[in-house]
Ligand binder design. Sequence first.
Ligand SMILES: NC(=O)c1ccc[n+]([C@@H]2O[C@H](COP(=O)([O-])OP(=O)(O)OC[C@H]3O[C@@H](n4cnc5c(N)ncnc54)[C@H](OP(=O)(O)O)[C@@H]3O)[C@@H](O)[C@H]2O)c1
Length: 273
Amino acid sequence: MYSIPRGTAAITGASSGIGAVFARRLAARGHDLLLHGRREHLLAALCQELAATHGIRATYVLAELSTEEGVRAVEERINAIPDLAVLVNNAGSGSLGNFTEEAVDEHQALVHTHVMAAVRFMHAALTGMRTRHAGAVINVSSVAGFLIGPRNAAYCASKAFLTSFTESLHLELHGTGVHVQALCPGFTISDFHARLGYDTSGDFFRKFMTAEDVVDQSLRALEREKVVCITGAKYRFGLLFIPRFIPRRMFYWLVRVTRDAKWLRHAGKRVRR
Ligand SMILES: NC(=O)c1ccc[n+]([C@@H]2O[C@H](COP(=O)([O-])OP(=O)(O)OC[C@H]3O[C@@H](n4cnc5c(N)ncnc54)[C@H](OP(=O)(O)O)[C@@H]3O)[C@@H](O)[C@H]2O)c1
Protein backbone atom coordinates (compact mmCIF):
# COMPACT_ATOMS: atom_id res chain seq x y z
CA MET A 1 0.00 0.00 0.00
CA TYR A 2 1.50 3.30 -1.14
CA SER A 3 1.35 6.32 1.12
CA ILE A 4 1.50 9.78 -0.51
CA PRO A 5 4.49 11.60 1.04
CA ARG A 6 4.13 14.85 2.95
CA GLY A 7 4.93 18.03 1.06
CA THR A 8 3.46 20.43 -1.45
CA ALA A 9 0.88 19.50 -4.07
CA ALA A 10 0.78 21.36 -7.41
CA ILE A 11 -2.53 21.15 -9.28
CA THR A 12 -3.23 22.61 -12.70
CA GLY A 13 -6.76 23.62 -13.62
CA ALA A 14 -7.75 23.96 -9.98
CA SER A 15 -10.29 26.77 -10.32
CA SER A 16 -13.26 24.41 -10.73
CA GLY A 17 -14.39 20.81 -11.20
CA ILE A 18 -11.99 17.93 -10.67
CA GLY A 19 -8.96 20.17 -10.02
CA ALA A 20 -10.73 22.14 -7.28
CA VAL A 21 -11.76 18.88 -5.57
CA PHE A 22 -8.17 17.60 -5.71
CA ALA A 23 -7.18 20.87 -3.99
CA ARG A 24 -9.77 20.34 -1.26
CA ARG A 25 -8.89 16.70 -0.66
CA LEU A 26 -5.12 17.26 -0.62
CA ALA A 27 -5.44 20.31 1.66
CA ALA A 28 -7.50 18.19 4.07
CA ARG A 29 -4.59 15.71 4.14
CA GLY A 30 -2.23 18.56 5.16
CA HIS A 31 -0.51 19.33 1.84
CA ASP A 32 0.53 22.91 1.06
CA LEU A 33 -0.78 23.88 -2.36
CA LEU A 34 0.30 25.55 -5.56
CA LEU A 35 -2.85 25.94 -7.64
CA HIS A 36 -3.09 26.94 -11.26
CA GLY A 37 -5.88 28.26 -13.46
CA ARG A 38 -6.98 31.42 -15.25
CA ARG A 39 -10.04 32.56 -13.26
CA GLU A 40 -8.28 34.49 -10.52
CA HIS A 41 -11.31 35.16 -8.31
CA LEU A 42 -11.99 31.43 -7.94
CA LEU A 43 -8.37 30.53 -7.20
CA ALA A 44 -7.93 33.37 -4.69
CA ALA A 45 -11.11 32.38 -2.83
CA LEU A 46 -10.16 28.68 -2.80
CA CYS A 47 -6.64 29.41 -1.48
CA GLN A 48 -8.03 31.64 1.23
CA GLU A 49 -10.66 29.11 2.28
CA LEU A 50 -8.32 26.09 2.34
CA ALA A 51 -5.54 27.94 4.18
CA ALA A 52 -8.03 29.07 6.84
CA THR A 53 -9.75 25.68 7.18
CA HIS A 54 -6.72 23.39 7.16
CA GLY A 55 -3.86 25.63 8.33
CA ILE A 56 -1.88 25.00 5.14
CA ARG A 57 -0.11 27.42 2.78
CA ALA A 58 -1.91 27.89 -0.53
CA THR A 59 -0.79 30.07 -3.44
CA TYR A 60 -1.79 30.24 -7.07
CA VAL A 61 -0.36 31.00 -10.48
CA LEU A 62 -2.36 32.30 -13.42
CA ALA A 63 -1.36 31.02 -16.85
CA GLU A 64 -2.79 30.20 -20.26
CA LEU A 65 -1.42 26.75 -21.02
CA SER A 66 -2.07 26.87 -24.73
CA THR A 67 0.92 29.24 -24.94
CA GLU A 68 4.63 28.55 -24.51
CA GLU A 69 4.89 31.52 -22.14
CA GLY A 70 2.09 30.25 -19.89
CA VAL A 71 3.61 26.79 -19.67
CA ARG A 72 7.03 28.23 -18.76
CA ALA A 73 5.47 30.34 -15.99
CA VAL A 74 3.94 27.27 -14.31
CA GLU A 75 7.02 25.13 -14.97
CA GLU A 76 9.19 27.70 -13.15
CA ARG A 77 6.89 27.60 -10.15
CA ILE A 78 6.96 23.77 -10.08
CA ASN A 79 10.77 23.79 -10.33
CA ALA A 80 10.93 26.14 -7.35
CA ILE A 81 9.04 23.79 -4.98
CA PRO A 82 11.68 21.97 -2.90
CA ASP A 83 9.28 19.45 -1.33
CA LEU A 84 6.93 18.65 -4.22
CA ALA A 85 4.96 15.56 -3.18
CA VAL A 86 2.15 15.49 -5.75
CA LEU A 87 1.61 16.94 -9.20
CA VAL A 88 -1.88 16.76 -10.69
CA ASN A 89 -1.88 17.58 -14.40
CA ASN A 90 -5.56 18.34 -14.71
CA ALA A 91 -6.07 21.50 -16.81
CA GLY A 92 -8.03 20.77 -19.93
CA SER A 93 -11.08 21.53 -21.99
CA GLY A 94 -13.23 19.86 -24.60
CA SER A 95 -13.74 20.47 -28.26
CA LEU A 96 -16.69 20.03 -30.58
CA GLY A 97 -16.47 20.37 -34.30
CA ASN A 98 -15.25 18.66 -37.42
CA PHE A 99 -11.49 18.89 -37.77
CA THR A 100 -11.42 21.12 -40.84
CA GLU A 101 -14.34 23.29 -39.74
CA GLU A 102 -12.51 24.51 -36.64
CA ALA A 103 -9.47 26.79 -36.93
CA VAL A 104 -6.25 24.83 -36.73
CA ASP A 105 -5.12 27.15 -33.91
CA GLU A 106 -7.98 25.74 -31.77
CA HIS A 107 -6.69 22.20 -32.21
CA GLN A 108 -3.14 23.30 -31.51
CA ALA A 109 -4.23 25.10 -28.32
CA LEU A 110 -5.95 21.95 -27.04
CA VAL A 111 -2.98 19.72 -27.82
CA HIS A 112 -0.57 22.22 -26.25
CA THR A 113 -2.65 22.37 -23.05
CA HIS A 114 -3.22 18.63 -22.71
CA VAL A 115 0.06 17.31 -24.05
CA MET A 116 2.96 19.81 -24.12
CA ALA A 117 2.11 21.44 -20.79
CA ALA A 118 1.69 18.06 -19.08
CA VAL A 119 4.96 16.70 -20.49
CA ARG A 120 6.94 19.75 -19.34
CA PHE A 121 5.33 19.75 -15.87
CA MET A 122 5.97 16.02 -15.47
CA HIS A 123 9.62 16.50 -16.42
CA ALA A 124 9.99 19.34 -13.93
CA ALA A 125 8.27 17.38 -11.14
CA LEU A 126 9.75 13.93 -11.70
CA THR A 127 13.36 15.12 -11.84
CA GLY A 128 13.20 16.23 -8.19
CA MET A 129 10.94 13.37 -7.12
CA ARG A 130 13.41 10.80 -8.44
CA THR A 131 16.25 12.43 -6.51
CA ARG A 132 14.16 12.37 -3.33
CA HIS A 133 12.79 8.86 -4.08
CA ALA A 134 9.30 10.10 -3.28
CA GLY A 135 6.30 11.66 -4.96
CA ALA A 136 3.34 11.02 -7.21
CA VAL A 137 2.02 12.41 -10.48
CA ILE A 138 -1.62 12.10 -11.48
CA ASN A 139 -2.40 12.87 -15.12
CA VAL A 140 -6.08 13.56 -15.62
CA SER A 141 -6.78 11.77 -18.88
CA SER A 142 -10.23 10.49 -19.87
CA VAL A 143 -12.13 7.40 -20.98
CA ALA A 144 -12.12 9.26 -24.31
CA GLY A 145 -8.47 8.23 -24.61
CA PHE A 146 -9.59 4.62 -25.14
CA LEU A 147 -12.15 5.64 -27.73
CA ILE A 148 -12.34 7.60 -30.95
CA GLY A 149 -14.40 10.72 -31.37
CA PRO A 150 -15.67 12.19 -34.59
CA ARG A 151 -15.90 15.97 -33.95
CA ASN A 152 -13.61 15.35 -31.00
CA ALA A 153 -10.47 14.00 -32.64
CA ALA A 154 -7.83 16.16 -30.94
CA TYR A 155 -9.43 15.62 -27.54
CA CYS A 156 -9.50 11.80 -27.79
CA ALA A 157 -6.00 11.60 -29.26
CA SER A 158 -4.49 13.94 -26.66
CA LYS A 159 -6.02 11.88 -23.83
CA ALA A 160 -4.75 8.64 -25.44
CA PHE A 161 -1.28 10.22 -25.42
CA LEU A 162 -1.55 11.05 -21.70
CA THR A 163 -2.62 7.52 -20.74
CA SER A 164 0.06 5.85 -22.84
CA PHE A 165 2.76 8.25 -21.63
CA THR A 166 1.82 7.59 -18.01
CA GLU A 167 2.02 3.81 -18.45
CA SER A 168 5.48 4.06 -20.01
CA LEU A 169 6.67 6.28 -17.17
CA HIS A 170 5.27 3.79 -14.68
CA LEU A 171 7.70 1.19 -16.02
CA GLU A 172 10.61 3.65 -16.13
CA LEU A 173 9.98 4.62 -12.52
CA HIS A 174 9.73 1.08 -11.17
CA GLY A 175 11.60 0.84 -7.87
CA THR A 176 12.26 4.58 -7.55
CA GLY A 177 9.60 5.28 -4.93
CA VAL A 178 7.80 7.57 -7.39
CA HIS A 179 4.30 6.71 -8.61
CA VAL A 180 2.28 7.83 -11.63
CA GLN A 181 -1.38 7.45 -12.45
CA ALA A 182 -3.52 8.12 -15.50
CA LEU A 183 -6.93 9.09 -14.14
CA CYS A 184 -9.59 8.30 -16.75
CA PRO A 185 -12.97 9.71 -15.75
CA GLY A 186 -16.14 9.32 -17.74
CA PHE A 187 -18.80 12.05 -17.75
CA THR A 188 -18.27 14.14 -14.62
CA ILE A 189 -20.14 17.13 -13.18
CA SER A 190 -17.95 20.23 -13.57
CA ASP A 191 -17.80 23.38 -15.68
CA PHE A 192 -16.55 21.31 -18.64
CA HIS A 193 -19.79 20.81 -20.57
CA ALA A 194 -21.26 24.26 -19.90
CA ARG A 195 -18.11 25.75 -21.42
CA LEU A 196 -18.81 23.75 -24.58
CA GLY A 197 -22.18 25.47 -24.77
CA TYR A 198 -24.41 22.74 -23.34
CA ASP A 199 -27.37 23.53 -21.16
CA THR A 200 -26.38 21.30 -18.24
CA SER A 201 -29.57 21.72 -16.22
CA GLY A 202 -31.23 18.58 -17.65
CA ASP A 203 -31.44 15.05 -16.23
CA PHE A 204 -28.75 13.75 -18.60
CA PHE A 205 -26.09 15.90 -16.94
CA ARG A 206 -27.33 15.37 -13.40
CA LYS A 207 -26.64 11.62 -13.77
CA PHE A 208 -22.91 12.24 -14.28
CA MET A 209 -20.45 11.18 -11.61
CA THR A 210 -19.50 13.89 -9.11
CA ALA A 211 -15.99 15.33 -9.15
CA GLU A 212 -15.75 14.27 -5.49
CA ASP A 213 -16.31 10.59 -6.42
CA VAL A 214 -13.77 10.83 -9.24
CA VAL A 215 -11.06 12.32 -6.99
CA ASP A 216 -11.73 9.90 -4.12
CA GLN A 217 -11.46 6.93 -6.51
CA SER A 218 -8.21 8.36 -7.90
CA LEU A 219 -6.59 8.82 -4.49
CA ARG A 220 -7.68 5.36 -3.33
CA ALA A 221 -6.32 3.85 -6.55
CA LEU A 222 -3.02 5.69 -6.08
CA GLU A 223 -2.69 4.20 -2.62
CA ARG A 224 -3.31 0.78 -4.17
CA GLU A 225 -0.61 1.58 -6.78
CA LYS A 226 -3.07 1.33 -9.65
CA VAL A 227 -1.60 2.93 -12.76
CA VAL A 228 -4.73 3.45 -14.87
CA CYS A 229 -7.76 4.50 -12.85
CA ILE A 230 -11.01 4.33 -14.81
CA THR A 231 -13.75 5.79 -12.65
CA GLY A 232 -17.12 4.05 -12.51
CA ALA A 233 -17.90 0.34 -12.98
CA LYS A 234 -19.90 0.83 -16.20
CA TYR A 235 -16.94 2.52 -17.91
CA ARG A 236 -14.50 -0.11 -16.66
CA PHE A 237 -16.74 -2.88 -17.99
CA GLY A 238 -17.53 -1.16 -21.31
CA LEU A 239 -13.94 -0.20 -22.08
CA LEU A 240 -12.66 -3.64 -21.25
CA PHE A 241 -14.77 -5.24 -23.97
CA ILE A 242 -16.02 -2.83 -26.59
CA PRO A 243 -12.90 -1.26 -28.13
CA ARG A 244 -10.70 -4.30 -27.57
CA PHE A 245 -12.71 -7.30 -28.63
CA ILE A 246 -15.20 -6.22 -31.25
CA PRO A 247 -14.05 -5.94 -34.89
CA ARG A 248 -12.89 -2.44 -35.81
CA ARG A 249 -15.56 -1.96 -38.49
CA MET A 250 -18.26 -2.77 -35.94
CA PHE A 251 -16.63 -0.36 -33.50
CA TYR A 252 -16.76 2.45 -36.11
CA TRP A 253 -20.43 1.67 -36.72
CA LEU A 254 -21.15 1.73 -32.99
CA VAL A 255 -19.40 5.10 -32.55
CA ARG A 256 -21.32 6.50 -35.54
CA VAL A 257 -24.75 5.39 -34.36
CA THR A 258 -24.06 6.56 -30.80
CA ARG A 259 -22.94 9.95 -32.07
CA ASP A 260 -26.07 10.31 -34.17
CA ALA A 261 -28.45 8.85 -31.58
CA LYS A 262 -31.56 10.95 -31.09
CA TRP A 263 -31.56 10.53 -27.31
CA LEU A 264 -27.99 11.79 -27.10
CA ARG A 265 -28.60 14.78 -29.33
CA HIS A 266 -31.68 15.61 -27.30
CA ALA A 267 -30.01 15.07 -23.93
CA GLY A 268 -26.97 17.09 -24.78
CA LYS A 269 -28.78 19.84 -26.63
CA ARG A 270 -26.48 22.79 -27.15
CA VAL A 271 -27.73 26.23 -26.36
CA ARG A 272 -26.69 29.23 -28.35
CA ARG A 273 -25.01 31.90 -26.29
N1 LIG B 1 -16.05 16.67 -16.95
C1 LIG B 1 -15.90 15.53 -17.63
O1 LIG B 1 -16.90 14.89 -18.04
C2 LIG B 1 -14.51 14.98 -17.88
C3 LIG B 1 -14.40 13.64 -18.29
C4 LIG B 1 -13.14 13.10 -18.51
C5 LIG B 1 -12.02 13.89 -18.33
N2 LIG B 1 -12.13 15.19 -17.95
C6 LIG B 1 -10.90 15.99 -17.79
O2 LIG B 1 -10.83 16.51 -16.48
C7 LIG B 1 -10.00 17.67 -16.48
C8 LIG B 1 -10.67 18.75 -15.64
O3 LIG B 1 -11.86 19.15 -16.26
P1 LIG B 1 -13.20 19.45 -15.45
O4 LIG B 1 -14.20 18.48 -15.90
O5 LIG B 1 -12.95 19.59 -14.01
O6 LIG B 1 -13.60 20.86 -16.14
P2 LIG B 1 -13.60 22.36 -15.61
O7 LIG B 1 -14.44 22.50 -14.39
O8 LIG B 1 -13.95 23.18 -16.80
O9 LIG B 1 -12.08 22.64 -15.20
C9 LIG B 1 -11.07 22.80 -16.17
C10 LIG B 1 -9.86 23.47 -15.53
O10 LIG B 1 -8.80 23.53 -16.50
C11 LIG B 1 -8.37 24.88 -16.68
N3 LIG B 1 -8.05 25.10 -18.09
C12 LIG B 1 -8.74 24.67 -19.16
N4 LIG B 1 -8.12 25.07 -20.30
C13 LIG B 1 -7.03 25.78 -19.91
C14 LIG B 1 -5.99 26.48 -20.61
N5 LIG B 1 -5.96 26.50 -21.94
N6 LIG B 1 -5.04 27.11 -19.89
C15 LIG B 1 -5.07 27.09 -18.55
N7 LIG B 1 -6.02 26.46 -17.83
C16 LIG B 1 -6.99 25.81 -18.50
C17 LIG B 1 -9.54 25.75 -16.23
O11 LIG B 1 -9.02 26.98 -15.79
P3 LIG B 1 -9.86 28.38 -15.80
O12 LIG B 1 -11.27 28.03 -15.84
O13 LIG B 1 -9.48 29.08 -14.55
O14 LIG B 1 -9.48 29.07 -17.01
C18 LIG B 1 -10.15 24.91 -15.11
O15 LIG B 1 -9.46 25.16 -13.89
C19 LIG B 1 -9.78 18.05 -17.95
O16 LIG B 1 -8.48 17.67 -18.34
C20 LIG B 1 -10.82 17.20 -18.69
O17 LIG B 1 -10.41 16.87 -19.99
C21 LIG B 1 -13.36 15.76 -17.70
